[in-house]
Design a protein. Sequence first.
Length: 116
Amino acid sequence: MMGNKKLYVLIFISLLLTVLVIANGTPTPVALVTVALPILAGYWLIVRFGNPGLVFVPILWALAFLAREFLMGTVTQETLRAAGLKAFGSVILAVAYIALDRKGKNREEEAINAGQ
C-alpha cells in the first residue's frame, strides 16, 4: 500500500513539473516526453534494478535534456557538452558503484570466513 502512495506522489510531482514547463512556453508533447516520462522511467529503473538503477537515471536525464533541445530545434555545442557531461557523470557513478559493491562483498566474505 505504501508503494502506491509513493507512486501517486511521484505522478503528481511529474505532472506539476510538466505544467510548469508548459507554462514556460514548451509545447505539451515535448514537455511530456522530456519531463514526465523521464521522472516515471527513473522511478521504474530504481524500483526494478535497485541501486544500479540510480546509475541509469542520470543517463536518462541527459537523453531527455538532449531530446528536449532537439525537439525544440535549439541544439547547440553547449547542449551537446552538457548532455555529454551528464552521461559521463553516470559512467563515473557506475564505476564507483561497482568498485564499492565488490569491496563490500569482499569484506562480507572475509567476515564469514573469519567466523568459521
